[in-house]
Ligand binder design. Sequence first.
Ligand SMILES: Nc1ncnc2c1ncn2[C@@H]1O[C@H](COP(=O)(O)OP(=O)(O)OP(=O)(O)O)[C@@H](O)[C@H]1O
Length: 753
Amino acid sequence: MRRPKPKSKKFKIQNRQAEVEEVELLESWIESGKPESGSNPLSLQPLPDKSPVGKLSNGSFSRYAGCENFSQLPLSKKTKDGLAAAKYKNMTDIQRASLPHSLCGRDILGAAKTGSGKTLAFVMPVLEKLYRARWGPEDGVGCIIMSPTRELASQLFEVLKSVGKFHGFSAGLLIGGRKDVDSEKEHVNDLNILVCTPGRLLQHMDETPNFDCSQLQVLVLDEADRILDVGFKKALNAIISQLPKHRQTLLFSATQTKSVQDLARLSLKDPEYLSVHEESETATPNRLQQTAMVVPLEQKLDMLWSFVKSHLNSRILVFLSSCKQVKFVFETFKKLRPGIPLKCLHGRMKQEKRLGIYSEFCEQRSVLFSTDVASRGLDFDKAVDWVVQMDCPEDVAAYIHRVGRTARYLSGGRSVLFLMPSEMKMLNKLEEKKIPIRCIKANAKRLQPVSGLLAALLVKYPNLQQLAQRAFITYLKSIHKQRDKEVFDVMKLPVDDFSASLGLPMTPKIRFLKQKVKGKTSEELSLVQEHTPVENLFEDHVESFGTGKFVEDKVEAEEDKGILLQKETQLGEKVTEIGGDVGLPATRVLKKKKLKINVHRPVGTRVVFDEEGNTLPPLAKLADVKSSSDLVQLDKDKVKQRFAELRTELKMADEEDKALDRKRRKEKRIKDKVKWKRGREDEETDTGNEEDVSAYDREETGDRVNKQVKIYFDSDSDDGERMIKDKKGVAADTLSLREQEELALKLLSSMHS
Ligand SMILES: Nc1ncnc2c1ncn2[C@@H]1O[C@H](COP(=O)(O)OP(=O)(O)OP(=O)(O)O)[C@@H](O)[C@H]1O
C-alpha cells in the first residue's frame, strides 16, 4: 500500500495562515452576533428571512438565532466537515436555541426532552472554543466534559471523536473500572479534552503528579442535575475547587436543575436558561407511547415473563431497582430460556463487561435487564422498542430518563410501568409533570405464572436460592430507603407472597423490617395490604383517575390475544402482534408447537443453546418448545411435592434447633444453680476465697448471698449465744465448761453490784 505523501512545509504554512484568517473571521462574526444578556432567542423564532446575516426586527438578539442548519452558523470548516461526515445537517430545537449563545462563550443551563440532541449542543462549542483559542498540545487540559456514568462518558467520547475528527485536539476518556490507571497518569497531562466521570477525574487530581487544569476554558456537565445531586456532592466540590473560576460552564439535562445553590457552587456567570420544551404539552417525547399497569408485587415476575414471551421480536430494556434483582431475574430467566437473548447490566460488573454488554445490546435484538446505570443519556444505536419499568422509579425525573431510552430523535417507542397498588400515587405525580400515561390492564388469561418454575430452579441450583434471598432483602430495603414515603411504603408489601413468587420455600428473615414493626409478624404485615386481583385494582384506579388524561382501554378479554389489553387503533399495532401465540397458556402453546415438531423435526437433530440460553438457528423455535416444555414438564406435581418436602424438612430442622436450645439453656440453669449453692456454702465457711467465683457468678449470685447472710444474722439476733459472740468477738461454742461457769458467775456478780 502506498503511504500518503507528507505535506510540504509551504503547504503547512499556507494552511496555518488560512486557519488564522478563519479564526479572525469567526471571532468577528461571533462578536457581531452576540445576543444581549438575558435575551431569549426562542421568542424570536423563526426569523422573518431566516438569513444567518439578517438583522433581527428589534436588533437586540443574535443574528444566528433563527438559523435552521449548521452551515448557517459561524463554525470552523473542520467542525462543519465533521458534522457533514456524521450526516448532521439540520439543527434540533435545543441546538438552535443554545448554539448562538454557547458559541459566544456564555454560560448555559440547557433543558430539552430526552433524545433531542443535547450532546451536539455542547460538543460543538467545546471544539469551537478551543479552535478559536488556537489550543495546542502544549496548552494542556482545555475542556472537561463530565458524565455521571461510565457508559454515557464512553458514548460522549464517541460523539466527540466523530464530530471533531478533523480537528487536531487530543482527547481522552477517563472512567473508573479501568486497570490501566498508571498509563493514564502518564498521558493525562498531554490531553486537551477530558471526557470523564467525577470519581476518576478526582483520582487524577489527587494522584497524578503535575496534573494541571488551571488553563481550563470550558466545563461541561451532562446530566447536570444528577452530577449536582448528593451522590456526587463531595467529589464535585473537590473538583470545582481545583478549577479556575474564569471559564465557560455548560449544563445540560432533560430534567435541569434551577437550584440557586447548585448554580452558586459552579459560580456561573449570568447563565442563559434555555428550556426549549417548557411550553410543550408533554415533558416526554411526542412519539413515546406510555402505559402503566397495576401489578401486585407477587405477580411482577409472572407479568415480566409473560411480557418477554409475548414480545420475542422486540428490543426490550427492563429497569429493576437493585443489582441483586437484576442478577436474579437474569439468571433465572436465562435458565427458563424465553427464546430471545438476555443480557444484564449493573454497577457491580467489571467495566469491560459493562461496555461489551452495552454495545451488544446496541447491535442485537435482545432483552437487557438493568439498574438505573442505563437510565440516563444512553443512546442505543438501534432503537429500543420497549422500556419496561418493573420497579417504580424513585421520582418523576428518574421516570423521564428511563423512558427516554426509547423514542429518541425521530423514532418512536413504547414504555410500560408496573405499579403496585400501594404506589398508585406515582400516577398523580407523573400527571402533574405533564407526562401522558395511559392505564392498561393485564390480560389475566394470558398471564404465564412463573413462580412454580422458579421454585424448581431454586431446588436444582442452590446458588439461585441465595440470589433469590438477596434479591428479596435488597428489594425491601430499596423500598424502605426511598425518600418519597407517599409512594413507597414497605409496610404495605405482601412479603410472604413476594418471597414465594421468587420461588423461595420460606420467607427470609427481615431484620430491619422487624425493628420497624416491633414484633409484627410477616403475616400481619401482609394483612396490611389486602390481596386484590389485578382487575379490581384497575377498576378502583380508573375511578380515581378518570379525569380524561388517563384513558382506560376496555377491550373485551375474548378479543385480545396478548398480555396487554390495548385497542388496535390507539397503539397502531395489531393485538395479535402484541401477544401472538406466545401469549397462550403453556399447555395450548405446547399442543400447537408439538404439531410443528412432528412435521419439521429432523430425526436425531441436536438442539444447541448459547451462553445466554438462546437457541441457535435453525432450530430455535423447536428448541424453545423443547425448553419450555421441559420446564413445564418438570412436573408441577413433582415441584409441589418437593416444595412440601422442603418445607417439612425445614420445619423439622427448626424444631430440632429449638429443642437443642432448650436443653442447653436448662443445663446452663442447673450449672448456675450448683455454682450459686457452692458459692453460698463457701460464703458461710470462708468468705475470703473470692477468686474462685467467676464474675458472672458474682454478679448473679452476689446479692442473694449477701441477703442470705444478712437474713441469717437478723433471724438469729435473739440467740443469746450469738449475742455473746458478737460482743466478745469469740465464739461461745469454743469455751470450756469451766470457763462458761466462770463467765456466768462474773455476770451474776456484776448484776448484783
Ligand atoms: N442535528 C441532528 N440531526 C440528526 N440527528 C441528530 C441531531 N442531533 C442529535 N441527533 C441524534 O439524536 C439522537 C439523540 O441525541 P442525544 O443523545 O444527544 O440526545 P440527548 O438530548 O442528549 O438525550 P438524553 O437526554 O437522553 O441524554 C442521537 O442518535 C443523535 O445522533
